[in-house]
Design a protein around this ligand. Structure first.
Ligand SMILES: Cc1ncc(C[n+]2csc(CCOP(=O)(O)OP(=O)(O)O)c2C)c(N)n1
Ligand SMILES: [Mg+2]
Length: 282
């Protein structure tokens, strides 16, 4: 039987005490355990940022890549070996700035992976500059007179791109978050979970208290209703819904791709290709 202990790594997280990333690490470990996935069948792929250091802190396969590029790597791993449970993980800067195009296209392709974003509304690792989700007026080193750019909404962005599972969690509600991560992993297709995750060091506006006053658990009466989901995802202000906001079961990229349908790379006869074969081919 798999237990959370099986996922305990020897490297301890170096995040600031009370960083929202701890709840996400715990939700990922807890979900994989609950689903009975063994660490040898789990892969966590990240980009660059405080949050993106997460693969080091979990005893599973990991790939700590380059900024904004977790999704193409995660897709390729899934395509090579579909038996693996693949989770892409990173920050709001990583996903919605440096990696925007990958986010959009991976959602559109409906690759069967789970994408979790630690959305702290800042570039944390580089000491708190305004990120694409930073609120208007947010004062930082990069915006000393306040952010003049309207923040993007990652949820409506994901919906517009064609994501088939769109959810929002909150690091201050770890049980609920773990349930969302579990559902995301179980979903067949691309699942996106944006996690409101306070950066306790640099973001003095969007704190745990800020969110606790506003966040409420929302249960959609019909998660398949796209327009209703879009409207709900736009709700932001005094009240901020968390939960599974949209889900639709559609064919995945893997199911549609004509070459892939003949079998994944792991089962390909060409796996045993020798250097001599390669020379001949060239
Ligand atoms: C291509 C590239 N551009 C910029 C950087 C510098 N950089 C490193 S981390 C980071 C911000 C990370 O922010 P986010 O993804 O939100 O993660 P957080 O640290 O907030 O968890 C930036 C801009 C980089 N490493 N590579
Ligand atoms: Mg960030």
């Amino acid at each position: 039987m798999i237990t959370v202990k099986d996922y305990e790594g020897s490297v301890k997280p170096d995040w600031c005490p009370a960083c929202g990333n701890f709840a996400q690490l715990s939700a990922i470990k807890g979900s994989l355990t609950e689903l009975g996935v063994s660490p040898s069948n789990a892969v966590v792929v990240s980009g660059i940022g405080c949050s993106s250091n997460l693969p080091e802190f979990i005893r599973a396969y990991g790939f700590h890549g380059i900024h904004g590029r977790s999704l193409p790597v995660a897709s390729a791993i899934k395509w090579a070996n579909p038996k693996l449970t693949v989770i892409a993980y990173g920050g709001d800067g990583d996903g919605f700035f440096e990696g925007t195009q990958h986010f959009f296209h991976t959602a559109k392709r409906n690759v069967d992976i789970t994408y979790i974003v630690s959305d702290n509304q800042v570039f944390g690792l580089t000491t708190g500059q305004a990120s694409p989700t930073a609120q208007l007026g947010y004062v930082s080193k990069s915006t000393p007179e306040g952010n003049i750019e309207k923040p993007i909404n990652p949820l409506t962005f994901a919906l517009a791109a064609g994501a088939t599972f769109v959810a929002r969690g909150f690091s201050g509600d770890p049980k609920h978050l773990q349930d969302l991560v579990k559902k995301g992993i179980q979903h067949k297709g691309f699942s996106f979970i944006d996690v409101l995750s306070p950066c306790v060091t640099f973001n003095k506006t969007n704190t745990y208290d800020f969110f606790r006053k506003r966040v409420y658990r929302y249960e959609s009466p019909d998660t398949g209703d796209f327009m209703a989901a879009y409207k709900k995802c736009e709700e932001w202000g005094d009240r901020i819904p968390i939960g599974l906001l949209y889900e639709s079961i559609q064919e995945t990229y893997e199911e549609k791709d004509p070459v892939y349908r003949k079998g994944p790379i792991i089962e390909s006869p060409y796996r045993g290709i020798t250097p001599q074969d390669l020379q001949e081919f060239l």
